[in-house]
Every structure is written in C-alpha cells, then in structure tokens.
Design a protein around this ligand. Structure first.
Ligand code: COA
Length: 352
C-alpha cells in the first residue's frame, strides 16, 4: 500500500528578536522610538498569552513572505536529501501573501530556481492558522493517488508589516511574529497502517468568518480599495480585526474536538503518540486544550514564548525547533491540532 511519509523538515525565522519590553515603543514601521506608542507591557502580554518574544523581518523593504518560505523550503529539501528540481508540487499556506495575486507559491518556485526547469504545480491555500493541517491533507491525498511524488508543503507568514502598532491594535499586534516552516512529503510502500501520515481531518464553520479577519479591500465596493490614513474607520481595514474571546473559546473547542476525534478514529491512545504539537496562538488556549482533552503535559511541545503566533508556520516551526533541541527524533509520532480564522480547524497524526 502507498502511504505518505515526511521526507524532510525545515524552518526559518528572521534574526531580529523583538522582546515584549520593546513592543510599546514600536512605531508603524516597527522602528523603536524613545516614547511609548502603545499602552501595553510585558506583564500583560506574558500573563494573557505566554509570549515573551517574537521575530520580525527587517523593515527595509527587502524581505517578503516568499523569502521566509524559501529559506524553510531549502532546509526541508536538503533534510530530505533532495534537490529543488526533485519537487513536483508546492503547496503554500499563508495569510500574508507577497501580493494579492498571483499566489506566493509561484514566487517560491522562481526563487528556488525551478520555475522553468520543472513547471511544477503551485497551490496557495488560505486556511490561516489551520493551513498546515489542511495542506497536509491535500498533500497526503495527492501522494496516495500517485498525482505527485515530492510535495513541498510550506507555511510562511510575514505579519510584522501589517499590524496596527497603536493602542487600538494592541490586542492583535502583540500576538504575531514572522517565520516559516516546511516539509517535503513523498510516497512509501508499506503494509503498516500507522506509518507516515496516518490521519488528517479538516473542518470549518463560516459563521465565525468575521470574528478574525483582515479585509484590505472589499470587492463588493467600487472603488474596491481606499486608504485615508487620517480616517480611523477607513484605515482600519488595513489591519487584522479580532473578537478575542470568541476566537479563544472556539479555538479551545475546535482543538479539543479534533484531538479527541483523531484518537477515536485511529484507535490510538496517548501511549502511541510521542508528541502533541498544537497550533501556537496563545499558551492559555493550549493549556486549556491539554486540560480538557486530558493530554499528558510532558508530551506537549510549544514555542509560543519564543516566536509568538506565526499562523501557517507554527506546526512545522515548533517541530523543527524541538528537533534542533534534540527532543523530536526521526520516527516520532506527532498529533497536531490547529485552529484558525474562518473558523477553520483540524488535526493530523504523522511520523516525522
Ligand atoms: N496590552 C494591554 N492591555 C490589553 C491588550 C494589550 N496588548 N490587549 C487588550 N488589552 C486590554 C483590553 O482593552 C481590556 O481592557 P478593558 O478591560 O479596559 O476593556 C483588557 O485588556 C482585557 O481584555 P480582554 O479581551 O478581556 O482580555 P483576554 O483575557 O480575553 O485576552 C487575548 C485577550 C487577545 C489575549 C485573548 O482573547 C486571546 O488570546 N484570544 C485568542 C486570540 C488568538 O489566539 N487569535 C489567533 C487565533 S488563531
């Protein structure tokens, strides 16, 4: 039987570390000012979110989401022992694309130097914090049907240029960071039903669509895009909007449900799972999920304190970080559950 295996893993975060202490002093270009720009502080951020620091790209206009994706992709391809030309499909999850269209996967393809060499398929997917599990489900189906054999699955986000660095935007702004993670997925012949990617599930509830969103434009309107920096209502569409409490409650519910369903549908128990890697949105969300779903705390891997919420990138970034620390090892079985804007949620069980 053909099953899908994780052939390689890689991640990338920019060098600049932005600690909570620096956050109140950042202006709209995330340049540190002498005076406070936002009413917030380290104590509030740590207590409510568990975040201590995050990474930001330089603000000199040289780095796009595809550049973060590229670095993670190169590392995952090298980890798989492959060349970029071996990739026959790219699936990229992001809510911060380089431009509105075309999708960011084609920019990654070009930057990998394989655009005219392979003309490989390029998909952008838009499931925000749930993108990596959604993408894994797609990749698994493609590999098992024989459609593609070397799929590059990437989650990449550049949040720091689209946050509202003011007291108005503080509830969202403090949460997010920049980063990317990637996997190469391919086929293996095996009779072991637990090998490789064992299970994926993906769900959505569009009733929550406007509880966490970023408009930028409204295509229903003509002109469809406008900007007046002096008009508070007008420029608000350029920044993410969130009903934090509704997101929090739905995230706990979605991640608990998908985690419990993953175990029930596969017949596995926590004895069969090496690590639980939840989406990294808020440490309090993850602690609640662990408590309600009765997950052994010693099996939980988080990186929210170091990287904040990197949306589509959190799952591979967290796995790769803990692999570099020597915790995650080849063959470990991971249960990952995710939740994001949409609302979307899902879970996956796979070996790395
Ligand atoms: N610094 C200081 N104060 C802040 C703040 C910040 N960064 N952000 C909000 N506040 C204030 C609020 O204005 C409010 O003030 P008020 O009581 O005077 O009105 C107070 O803190 C409490 O706000 P509240 O929204 O009740 O806090 P909370 O405990 O719900 O925590 C979040 C806020 C955003 C941390 C929390 O709702 C959350 O994490 N939600 C989920 C967000 C998420 O994970 N999004 C991504 C999903 S993929």
């Amino acid at each position: 039987m053909i099953r899908t295996k994780v052939m390689g893993l890689g991640s990338y975060v920019p060098d600049r570390i932005v600690k909570n202490e620096e956050i109140p002093f950042l202006d709209e270009k995330h340049v540190r000012q002498a005076t406070k720009q936002t009413e917030t502080d380290d104590e509030w951020i740590q207590r409510r979110t568990g975040i201590k620091e995050r990474r930001y790209v330089p603000q000199d206009g040289t780095t796009a989401t595809s550049d973060l994706a590229l670095e993670a992709a190169k590392r995952a391809i090298a980890d798989a022992g492959l060349q970029p030309t071996d990739i026959d499909c790219i699936i990229l999850g992001t809510l911060s694309p380089d431009i509105h269209f075309p999708g960011t996967a084609v920019f990654v393809q070009k930057k990998l130097g394989i655009a005219d060499k392979t003309n490989c398929a390029c998909f952008d997917i838009r499931q925000q914090c749930s993108s990596f599990v959604y993408g894994m489900q797609m990749a698994d189906a493609f590999v098992r049907t024989g459609m593609y054999k070397r799929i590059l699955l990437i989650g990449a986000e550049l949040h720091s240029h689209s946050l509202d660095y003011s007291t108005r935007g503080r509830d969202v702004m403090v949460l997010f960071g920049d980063g990317a993670g990637a996997m190469v997925l391919g086929p293996m012949e095996t009779d072991d039903a637990k090998a490789g990617i064992m299970y994926t599930s993906a769900h959505a509830d569009g009733n929550g669509a406007m509880d966490l969103y970023l408009k930028i434009f409204e295509i229903a309107k003509a002109p469809y895009v406008g900007y007046d920096a002096n008009n508070r209502d007008e420029n608000q569409i350029k920044y993410p909007q969130m009903d934090g409490k509704r997101v929090f409650l739905n995230a706990v519910r979605g991640m608990v449900m998908s985690t419990q369903a993953a175990l029930a549908k596969t017949g596995l128990s926590w004895d069969d799972i090496t690590w639980f890697v939840p989406h990294q949105a808020n440490l309090r969300i993850n602690e609640k999920v662990v408590e309600v779903a009765k997950i052994p705390p010693e099996k939980v891997l988080n990186t929210i304190d170091l990287f904040g919420n990197t949306t589509a990138a959190t799952v591979p970034l967290t796995i790769d970080y803990w692999r570099q620390q020597g915790k995650v090892k080849k063959g470990d079985r991971i249960l990952s559950s995710v939740f994001g804007s949409g609302f979307t949620w899902g879970a996956a069980i796979f070996q790395v």
